[in-house]
Design a protein around this ligand. Structure first.
Ligand SMILES: [Zn+2]
Length: 415
């Protein structure tokens, strides 16, 4: 068996990568058989590390290591075990595995912390199956919306049905919620999912805030017609209107320092010889602050209205996801910085997270902070090309452990 530490965490990423529903790639979605297998494996690893594991009513896998005395509030370390389609092997998983390594180090060292350590492998961060992200962490934070049981996957299976098939009782999901008084805070280690650390030649960063995002389904409606028989001055081509808007989205985003991505486009009826009567596309919009994000959206929306008016088209907007930006807790952030400093990095890099994370939901119930580690290949993520360097993983593990001890020192001083 590989000795504890970075190498073992990476080896376990490979084991999790094998739990996939996709031939030749990685896809592991909420409440799937692969999710069950990943939870079982993570529970085994937690048990090996000396934690008592369980699965909560939302399908999150959890483990607990008691502190100086039983029943103390817990510092939670975690990340997610679900993936996007054709995923990499480190996004989420590495954070859970580093958390397990930290807990094992604490247990082996015989240190008694002034709080319990809990590890959570969140069940759904990406929202791949039901289109709504952070399902696991919302349940944990007690911010689960009752109508989410009715969310359906692409095959029409509702979340409630999927939960029953997984062996959960959807009626008890509120029991997954944690009380603020039982928690000390939440720390997450995650790959950066961007090129900033690689470009700067640095291994680690402390996160200042997690960007909020809005996701919208946008529809342009015109009139379908014969590709040969409809003269240009009579066309109400929905797809050309959508294309104009999409190009402007990029321009506005670049100009405002926000990020706007159109990830899906469909034209209807979709015939090669038919002028498109309807076009639907998605928009994912994020920024460092909610104000910057919302201002960018207002500009996009007013541009789209003008295009549609000029072209005789209709414009419809449906927002299906919104998460506000979350600032990391100052004291926990300081602890993460102390952890990074303990690895010899005197001047920790500070980044805002462009990607969403479980901490956004967890912040409703306790303070959160994050440690980023460099990913290679230009920082690519949500792709099988995701890579990390073992030396960086080892440094991240030291920093993560250091952060836990820094939280403990501060907690003891304030008890
Ligand atoms: Zn992630």
């Amino acid at each position: 068996m590989t000795p504890p530490g970075a190498a073992r965490a990476l080896e376990r990423c490979e084991e999790l990568a094998a739990l996939t529903s996709m031939v030749g790639g990685i896809e592991r979605v909420h409440l799937s058989p692969e999710h069950a297998a990943a939870n079982a494996l993570a529970a085994d690893w937690m048990r090996e590390a000396g934690l008592a594991p369980w699965q909560d009513q939302a399908g999150n896998v959890c483990g607990r290591l008691e502190g100086a005395s039983p029943g103390l509030p817990a510092l939670v370390l975690g990340s997610h075990l679900d993936t996007v389609p054709d995923a990499g092997r480190y996004d989420g998983m590495l954070g859970v595995l580093l958390a397990i390594e930290v807990a094992e180090r604490v247990r082996r060292s015989g240190t008694s912390l002034p709080f319990a350590l809990e590890i959570v492998g969140f069940a759904d961060e990406e929202g791949t199956r039901f289109g709504t992200a952070l399902l696991g962490s919302h349940a944990f934070a007690g911010t689960w919306a009752a109508d989410w049981q009715a969310l359906a996957d692409p095959k029409g299976v509702s979340l409630g049905e999927a939960a029953r098939g997984f062996g959960l009782d959807p009626a008890t999901i509120a029991e997954a919620a944690r009380a603020p008084a039982d928690l000390v805070g939440y720390l997450e280690a995650h790959i950066e999912q961007g090129p900033h650390l690689e470009d700067a030649g640095r291994a680690l960063a402390v996160v200042s805030s997690i960007a909020g995002a809005r996701r919208l389904a946008l529809t342009v409606t015109g009139r379908a017609g014969h590709a040969g028989g409809t003269p240009y001055d009579r066309r109400r081509d929905a797809l050309v209107g959508a294309a104009e808007i999409i190009v402007e989205i990029e321009r506005i985003a670049v100009q405002t320092g926000t990020i706007g991505t159109v990830g899906g486009v469909r034209a209807f009826p979709g015939g090669v010889n038919v002028v498109p009567g309807r076009a639907r596309f998605s928009l994912d919009l994020r920024a460092e602050t909610d104000t910057a994000r919302d201002d960018a959206w207002d500009r996009i929306d007013s541009f789209a209205r003008k295009v549609c008016e000029r072209r005789g088209l209709q414009w419809a907007v449906e927002e299906f996801y919104r998460a506000d930006a979350v600032a990391c807790d100052p004291a926990l952030r300081t602890a993460v910085e102390a952890g990074i400093r303990a690895t010899g990095d005197e001047d920790p890099v500070v980044l805002w997270s462009r990607a969403g994370h479980d901490g956004m939901a967890v912040a409703a119930v306790t303070g959160v902070a994050m440690l980023f580690l460099r990913c290679g290949n230009g920082g690519v993520s949500h792709s099988p090309d995701e890579i990390v360097d073992e030396a960086d993983v080892a440094t991240a593990l030291d920093a993560f452990e250091g952060a836990v001890h820094a939280v403990a020192a501060r907690y003891e001083a304030h008890e």
